[in-house]
Design a protein around this ligand. Structure first.
Ligand code: NAD
Length: 294
């Protein structure tokens, strides 16, 4: 049973993650509402089922990779009636902390083990099997799930109990949204002051301004040749996904009574950027919006 995985949600992330499990020797049965993914899945050795319930029959481990909390809860509600007690359910989607905790409760009612295990690393990391997993759930569930997660990622961090993985993910991405907005503003200011992109990069990337948003993902073309700025701001990490994560962080902050004014401002900037039709651009394209002073 432990070598049989059901994978629900074979989209941009789930498809390559499931393919890596096949490569690692797991027997993977997949399901997705959209038949678009079926051909690629079958080519990668995934058995495609007619329904989620069908896919989880005989699986010892179930992985879901879906758009949002409501999808995860509806799929898990359907699944828990069909899985054997003791099955390990792992949700890798990025969803709100409250829904993640509800999913854990659902699993408990069916005597199943569960983990929330959102990822960072994007579609490139999903394909290369180099994702970082931020994991929440009981020690027993983590011990059992670690091996399968290692086949899809290179760093697996147990962050705490139910929901802790999602909490870590949205806090990390709130930092990312804020730092990217700050780095974009600094380059726009530098331009107005007559400073070259390279000069600002050379100083800030080796001084106290250094961070991933400048050192690895610099939002202007030139200093970091692999950053999306050199490729017409094609994602990468789409602005719509950054907005989704910033909204999740703001919802969580509201519910927990945390004051996150910088996060709120970053969410508002990305909301305006996406509303102008740039949701599909890489999130570092925010610099163009800031430069134009919209
Ligand atoms: P996607 O839209 O490509 O894939 C989601 C898949 O879920 C789709 O194929 C859809 O048909 C399927 N689906 C929806 N409802 C379903 C249901 N009820 N039953 C079965 N299948 C269903 O999205 P993605 O880019 O793969 O992202 C998945 C999750 O990973 C999201 O929560 C996203 O925020 C997170 N994430 C994405 C990235 C990224 O770079 N794309 C990075 C980190 C995290």
């Amino acid at each position: 049973m432990e070598d049989r995985v059901a994978f629900i949600g074979l989209g941009n992330m789930g498809g390559p993650m499931a393919a890596n499990l096949v490569k690692a020797g797991y027997q993977v049965t997949g399901f997705d509402l959209s038949p678009e993914s079926y051909e690629t899945a079958a080519r990668n050795g995934i058995f495609v089922s007619a329904s989620a319930v069908e896919a989880v029959k005989e699986a010892g481990i179930v992985v879901t990779m879906l758009p949002a909390g409501k999808h995860v809860l509806s799929v898990w509600e359907e699944l828990i009636a069909a899985v054997a007690p003791g099955t390990l359910l792992i949700d890798c989607s990025t969803i709100d902390v409250e829904s993640a905790r509800q999913a854990h409760s659902l699993a408990k009612t069916a005597s199943c083990l569960s983990l929330d295990a959102p990822v960072s690393g994007g579609t490139g990391g999903a394909t290369a099997g180099t994702l970082t997993f931020m994991v929440g759930g009981a020690n027993e569930a983590f011990t059992r799930g670690e091996a399968v997660l290692q086949k899809m990622g290179k760093r697996i961090v147990h962050c705490g109990d139910a929901g802790a993985g999602q909490a870590a993910k949205i806090c990390n991405n709130m930092i990312l949204g804020i730092t990217m907005a700050g780095v974009c503003e600094a380059f726009v200011l530098g331009e107005k002051l007559g400073l070259s992109h390279q000069a600002l990069f050379d100083v800030a990337s080796t001084s106290s301004g250094q961070c991933w948003s400048i050192n690895t993902y610099c939002p202007v073309p030139g200093p970091v040749p692999t950053s999306p700025a050199n490729n017409g701001y094609k994602p990468g990490f789409a602005a719509a996904l950054m907005l989704k994560d910033l909204k999740l962080s703001q919802d969580a902050a509201g519910a927990a009574g945390a004051k996150t004014e910088m996060g709120a401002h970053a969410a508002e900037l990305y909301e305006r950027f996406a509303a102008l039709g740039h949701g599909g651009d890489d999130f570092s394209g925010l610099i163009n919006f800031l430069r134009e002073g919209k």
